[in-house]
Design a protein around this ligand. Structure first.
Ligand SMILES: Nc1ncnc2c1ncn2[C@@H]1O[C@H](COP(=O)(O)OP(=O)(O)OP(=O)(O)O)[C@@H](O)[C@H]1O
Length: 220
């Protein structure tokens, strides 16, 4: 049995008086998928931020591949792709140019154009490749954020409500893509409000309520 890629041991997070997350354990292996579900404010994004090293837990330990996780650690930067809701774009670069920037920054090198053209096709963005992101619809922006995670090497994909703003067809393609990532050995950790997405892609679901794990197990 391989060691977990992501291991959270008793992680909690307090924001001043508010206990946003009570101690949680989580283990995720290569090719596995854990989905976090729960109402607004239940602690899903807080847990994701700790797992990818964007935020430090108040108590407990968060490990990536056996070492404490920090997002500015070169190993974490190289291996963890995060899709969260904070798009910032260069106004004069096209969709394709943004994706090339991501690919080249992550060392894809000579293959960058091929990776980008594949990701544009995979997310149905080929027709918009020469558009400025400011002219995209909100669903197309979301597809572009997903594409940006696909144009770089990755062992762990962390996604915060990746289904938001996507139409039903795009949601279905998202589920297919996440299953394909898993089949390639990529670990997937996502927060979602979609029971359909969680049951289609996750092998384990954690239900949070006011920062507390109230249930965990198979999607069914
Ligand atoms: N930086 C912060 N400062 C203070 N409180 C915070 C901060 N980040 C999150 N919180 C609080 O922590 C709690 C959990 O928030 P979190 O964003 O993790 O919820 P969520 O389950 O992701 O919600 P949603 O479904 O709305 O995205 C909330 O009560 C929120 O107000």
């Amino acid at each position: 049995m391989s060691d977990p890629l992501v291991q959270l041991k008793g992680v909690s997070r307090r924001f001043e008086e508010r206990l946003a997350l009570r101690p949680v354990d989580l283990a995720l292996k290569a090719g596995g998928c854990v989905a976090l579900v729960g109402e607004n404010g239940s602690g899903k994004s807080t847990l994701l931020r700790i797992a990818c090293g964007r935020d430090a837990p108040t108590t407990g330990t968060a490990l990536f591949d056996g070492a404490p996780v920090r997002e500015d650690d070169p190993a974490v930067r190289a291996r963890v792709a995060v899709v969260a809701d904070a798009p910032a774009f260069y106004p004069d670069l096209t969709v394709r140019e943004h994706l090339l920037l991501v690919a080249v920054s992550h060392g894809v090198g000579d293959d960058a154009e091929a990776w980008v053209d594949w990701a544009l096709e995979d997310r149905r963005l080929t027709d918009h490749r020469d558009a400025r992101p400011s002219t995209l619809s909100s669903g197309q922006v979301q597809a572009m954020l997903l594409a940006s995670a696909l144009v770089r090497p990755r062992d762990l994909l962390v996604l915060d409500e990746p289904e938001q703003r996507l139409d039903p067809g795009a949601r279905e393609r998202l589920a297919e893509r996440l299953l394909a990532e898993r089949a390639d050995g990529v670990a997937v950790l996502l927060a979602t409000h979609s029971a359909d997405l969680a049951s289609a892609v996750a092998d384990s679901v954690i239900v949070l309520d006011e920062g507390r794990v109230v249930s965990r197990g198979k999607p069914a």
